[in-house]
Design a protein around this ligand. Structure first.
Ligand code: TRP
Length: 336
């Protein structure tokens, strides 16, 4: 008898034309390694990205490019279920039910909402940003997910999801699996090359600090060579005093598989220039096939469409069953 595999769900926003190294090492790499042992559902959360008012043509391109990159990075549509969030209508439908069970104060306490809305001001903050975590809860609960691989910054949203699931179950009877956050390891946290104390992120001012997966090798090289380091000469892991070098060590180690200690030995007595050149080479060689495969996938839209259609059908089968059960529990009359 085959053991029942635990269910996993995660989502990533199509906010840029290319994912960056932080997205890959902090999230997608785990997705790839979890797909074999779990019943994994992964989605590109295009509906979530509407909160930042994207240009329509860009949203379309970015969503397809995100799917192509996820495939190029190793997600196998035969092994996991890969789909676009908006292809499964149940996400919005369950989100409404969950919105009606979430306290206004409870939603107001989400730190990501507070940070983002404070930055742009109340008049320029859309309601979708406020309900964003509730749509995320629907994403998770529809699939009866056991684990939700996310970064530390999403922990509070998964906690809210757990609270909502427990509230629903105790009011209407067992309906949802209570999901657990599967927080990615600290070692996988990649920092901005220009400001190695903040996370690598598209929203930082310096794009020079972000390594895009689809960037040309020359650009990767230039960015890594101009990474901010310190005035010492020693290649040593010390996050507090040598944030830049530590970040480059993490990047090298995560992509090459060499341990940090081995790298420290290898570069003992050598200057930062040599070390940076080695990091650049590892990054460039790792990303070359990813970029080529992504470009190749994007030249065949009908192949991508077929993968997405199958993914959406598999996802909808699970999601629609959960939604039907939910609607019934709360007293909505079935259409019959
Ligand atoms: N909010 C998540 C992020 O920004 C993306 C996301 C949306 C997600 N729905 C999800 C992550 C469901 C995990 C599960 O990273």
């Amino acid at each position: 008898m085959t053991p029942i595999r635990k269910r996993v769900l995660s989502g990533i926003q199509p906010t840029a034309g290319s994912f960056h190294l932080g997205n890959y090492l902090g999230a997608v790499k785990n997705w790839v390694s979890m797909q074999d042992e779990h019943d994994a559902f992964y989605c590109v959360v295009d509906l979530h990205s509407l909160t930042v008012d994207p240009d329509p043509a860009e949203l379309r391109t970015r969503t397809l490019s995100s799917i192509a990159q996820l495939l190029a990075l190793g997600l196998d549509p035969e092994t996991c279920t890969l789909f676009i969030q908006s292809h499964v209508a149940a996400h919005n439908q369950l989100a409404w039910v969950m919105e009606c069970m979430t306290g206004f104060g409870e939603a107001s306490r989400m730190t990501q909402f507070k940070d983002k809305s404070q930055k742009s001001g109340a008049d320029r903050t859309v309601v979708g940003l406020f309900t964003y975590p509730i749509l995320m809860a629907a994403d998770i609960l529809l699939y009866q997910s056991n684990y939700v691989p996310v970064g530390e910054d999403q922990r509070q949203h998964v906690e809210l999801t757990r609270d909502l699931a427990q509230r629903f179950n105790s009011k209407y009877g067992q309906t949802f699996v209570i999901p657990e956050p599967f927080i990615m390891k600290a070692g996988a946290k990649i920092y901005d090359l220009q400001d190695p104390t903040s996370k690598m992120s598209k929203s930082t001012a310096s794009l020079g600090g972000v390594i895009d997966l689809l960037d040309a090798p020359e650009i990767n090289l230039k960015k890594i060579k101009s990474a901010v380091t310190d005035t010492e000469r020693e290649v040593k892991f010390d996050e507090k005093n040598k944030a830049g070098i530590s970040n480059l060590l993490t990047i090298h180690s995560s992509l090459s598989g060499s341990s940090i200690a081995d790298l420290e030995n290898e570069f003992a007595g050598k200057g930062y220039g040599d070390f940076k050149a080695a990091v650049a080479e590892v990054v460039i060689e790792y990303l070359r096939p990813v970029r080529e495969r992504t470009q190749q996938l994007l030249t065949d839209p009908s192949h991508l469409q077929r993968i997405l259609k199958t993914g959406a059908e598999k996802a909808a089968a699970v999601a629609d069953a959960t939604l039907a059960k939910t609607y019934e529990s709360i007293g909505l009359v079935p259409r019959g």
